[in-house]
Design a protein around this ligand. Structure first.
Ligand code: SAM
Length: 281
């Protein structure tokens, strides 16, 4: 049993393999066994397929591999690959792939490694690409059923916000459309090496589609138009993507005041506007 979360072990491995922590790759490694265990517990991966994004030196991977059916860990940093292979050599159900997660063909990996079966994403995410990773795994029909992810506390607050709250954003609506999101726990800066400037939160997203019938491209075009100009009224901001005269009629039809702003509308409101648009072109 190796204690990869021990600060001493992390330091000595990095030195032995001559690897430096990369700030630009968001490398803040977990060095607290309790939080590693809490993440694994929250992910509920006993006997399941797992993809881990950014395994680092394999701290979480090591614990996941003991419970999961199979773990595929995708890491961009070449320097970490020999460390990962060494740390995970006792597991025949753990596979390390050297790739940029944003370029990786997840559908193919799921076909090849999990026979196309469903999987759970577990990750202490590289924070500079939190949103694209959530989008990639939630929206692409790749059989991801659940995500247990550590992200910036500030992004977690945005995800969990509801209409009329100050952190409500296009991301809140996106995540609500694709999942039931639940906050698991906050994580202090002190349990990482090197210590980041911000606190983190672990979230679980149980993936499902909120409305199978709505035109998703139209829906998210509307939402983005609303939030890129969030200080404007919806009549003005949404007119980037829908003619004003149509919007006036649609708002009247749905009894939505044109003076509201993007942050005042619920997901149901955006869906209703999208569906109503079908009648206009
Ligand atoms: N899982 C480890 C832990 O908890 O100690 C490390 C987490 S660290 C916050 C993020 C990891 O993501 C780093 O190992 C980093 O090299 C990796 N990473 C950064 N960008 C990536 C990308 N585009 N694709 C795959 N991995 C990436």
């Amino acid at each position: 049993m190796r204690k990869l979360y021990s600060p001493k072990v992390v330091k000595s491995l990095m030195e032995a393999y001559n690897v430096k922590f990369s700030k630009s790759l968001g490398q803040n490694f977990l060095v607290d066994g309790n939080f590693v265990r809490k993440i694994v517990e929250a992910s509920d991966i006993e006997g399941k397929n797992v993809i881990e994004v950014g395994p680092g030196i394999g701290t979480l991977t090591y614990e996941l591999a003991q419970k999961a059916k199979k773990v595929v860990a995708i890491e961009i940093d070449r320097g970490l690959i020999p460390i990962l292979n060494e740390n995970l050599k006792e597991f025949d159900n753990a596979l390390v792939i050297r790739e940029d997660i944003l370029k990786a063909d997840i559908k193919k990996i799921v076909e090849n490694e999990f026979n196309g079966e469903e999987f759970t994403l577990v990750s202490n995410l590289p924070y500079y690409i939190t949103t694209p990773i959530i989008e990639k795994f939630a929206a692409n029909n790749i059989n991801c059923k659940k995500m247990t992810i550590m992200i910036q506390k500030e992004v977690s607050d945005r995800i969990l916000s509801k209409e009329n709250e100050k952190d409500y954003s296009a991301l809140s609506l996106f995540v609500k459309f694709y999942s039931n999101a639940k906050k698991e726990f906050n994580v202090p800066k002190s349990v990482f090496m090197p210590k980041p400037k911000i606190d983190s939160t672990v979230l679980t997203l149980d993936l499902r589609i909120y409305d199978e019938n709505v035109d998703r491209k139209r829906l998210f075009d509307l939402i983005h138009a609303g939030f890129t100009q969030r200080r404007k009224t919806i009549l003005n901001s949404l007119s980037q993507v829908v003619p004003k005269e149509d919007l006036i009629k649609i708002f009247e039809e749905l009894s939505i005041s044109e003076k509201l702003r993007a942050e005042n509308l619920s997901l149901d409101d955006y869906i209703a506007i999208t569906n109503e648009l079908e009648n206009y072109n």
